[in-house]
Design a protein. Sequence first.
Length: 99
Amino acid sequence: MKLNNVISSQQERTARYAKALGHPVRMYVMELLSKQSCCYSGDLSEELPIAKSTLSQHLKELKDAGLIQGEIESPRIKYCINKENWNEAKSLFSQFLGS
């Protein structure tokens, strides 16, 4: 039996979101962004005691998973939650944890 016959697309999406949230820094970023409309990467680097390159990798992971989106406003990047995907992630986690 092939794995793709067993794993549903819903399980794949849930796992992708879970992986993206699988680090405390990324969870912090998502909590921060959920409390405000958007945030600039420079503001995040001032709040978090990590290298800018490390923060950039965490933001890339969240962006690749579709949980955040970034707009370049030279010379800064403004990050916001992708509300559609964030709502889907919350729903998927709720279904998974409720089962």
